[in-house]
Design a protein around this ligand. Sequence first.
Ligand SMILES: Nc1ncnc2c1ncn2[C@@H]1O[C@H](COP(=O)(O)OP(=O)(O)OP(=O)(O)O)[C@@H](O)[C@H]1O
Ligand SMILES: [Mg+2]
Length: 608
Amino acid sequence: MIIITSRLDKTPPRRSLTKLFGAHFWPHKNWFIAGTLFAVITALSAVGYAVVLVFVGNTLQCQMQGGVGDACDQVLEMTRGTGLDTANAWVWLGIFSIIALTAARALSMYAMTMFNNTGVQRGLVSVQSVQFDALTDGDFARVAGDSSGGFVSRFINDVNAIRDAALRFANNFTKSLVTVIGVLIYLFALDWQLALIILVVYPLALGPVIALGNSIRGRAKKAQQQIGEVTALVSEGLQSARVVKAYGLETYQKDRARIGFAERSRLFLRVLSQRAAVDPILEIVGGIAIAALLGFVSFRIAAGTNTLGDLLGIIGLIGVASPEVRALGSITAVAQEGAAAADRVYDIVGAPPSVTDAPDAISMDRANGALTFDDVSFSYPDGTAALHGLSFEVSAGETVAIVGPSGAGKSTVFNLLLRLYDPISGRVSVDGHDIKSLNANSLRGATALVSQDTALFDDTIGANIALGRLGAEQAAIEAAAVAANADEFIREMPGGYDAEAGELGRNLSGGQRQRVALARAILRNAPILLLDEATSALDAESEAKVQAALADFAKDRTTLIIAHRLSTVRAADRIVVLDAGQAVESGTHEALKDLDGVYKRLVEAQLN
Ligand SMILES: Nc1ncnc2c1ncn2[C@@H]1O[C@H](COP(=O)(O)OP(=O)(O)OP(=O)(O)O)[C@@H](O)[C@H]1O
Ligand SMILES: [Mg+2]
């Protein structure tokens, strides 16, 4: 499911876009300034092109009329002082000017595109980094509660929408605006009455175009959200390929995907149905304007008020200006799509994390590892209650096993200890400090976790272990692997420590993954060791080896072991039994197995 944050839906249109541009694109303004400069050159060469057309047209008319008349006067005026005096030379001049102007326009357009794209790409790097930082630094609950596909989509699709908006703006806005203004000025100089007609007709088109742009934003936002769902669907389908095959779920999966794709194209077409209307509207208005002008000018040529040059020039000018007006008109639509994406960026970047360091947070140098849960209650963000007034204590250096039925809240205890979530009531303390008063990094630095779902990264096995302590030497990495009884199998793999673990460690067996994760935790050498079913996938012999090593390693640190297996639990100094989010029993294996309680039941169930 994709979280739909309502907070930013209330942001006024385009506010988040301007904010985004200010924060991430403005720092690269030099590229855009250079791009804008070339945009102006591009625009001016287009206007110059129309000027030359007028000149050539007038030259031709002048020749046709035997060298006398208005057209000749205009040509003479335009060439005064150039030393050109034959009609032939004037035509050649016109031809070469057109080549020179189009060449200038082509080159400056290329430069404009390159400069603006460079600026935009740099801005996007910054947007993506900030998004990723916010996800990495932000609440664990946020990432845990949403599909990863939704987030992946933000990095690809939203960024594409922002890129399009930024490029359209950087490339087209100045070029179009300068071209249109230049054309208007020249038109006014040529014939102010004509210019007025154009000025009146065109703006009529902009009203509906802007209205369309506004409604595109809502649709675009929805479409982008749904792209996230499709991304999730595809990545989930590929990740669970084994289950899909084993359970014969191909048809089910394919149907689900097809529905997602169909919905995707429906939403896309919904956006397009509006976006695609923009150009035709402008086209119609443009056609009407051209028809009106042609009628007007032909009438005036017949009356001798306008020349053939004027007509050619005006057609040229309109040819140059029309696409630019169209681009200006559709810029609001593109900006709205960009704004929808920017909104989604700020959904992530703007969300304040709820688990934060207090301003006067204490940094622990080296924790002793005394742990206390004091009447702690906790529910997950989706409302699932997990702990109900849980209380227990662990002294520094003690090894305590946490046992209890599945769903009792054991892993949740670790989640709270690491401060991935804050309890709803009660207090979790380390060495007498409420962990809310501790600097979260120093708290997490004091712990080494092997979680129930051993996640490895798509890197070498050696690198995966080294994540326990970044920068650890190879010897330390290998020593940790030996302690976790992993060294042997790693050496047997092709490539040894440099063998690739694969995505989520899928090149390794379940038990091998666990031992690599254990080696990582051992390498961390933290005062508090948290093992959540860390040896559940090992065979008895291998587990015994790991346990012997761990017993040694655990001597001078606090160790919490969540386990179902008796052999793992028995070795602990003490056992805390959890049931339905509460600690119901506590004591040694010997003491608890004689109580007629939850532990006895768990033990008996395993022995039988
Ligand atoms: N991320 C989560 N979001 C919502 N509810 C959760 C989440 N994680 C766990 N829960 C719920 O909290 C309760 C306690 O879960 P927890 O993972 O702590 O159980 P556990 O004792 O570790 O079980 P197991 O032995 O199966 O690992 C369960 O009801 C579970 O459904
Ligand atoms: Mg668990």
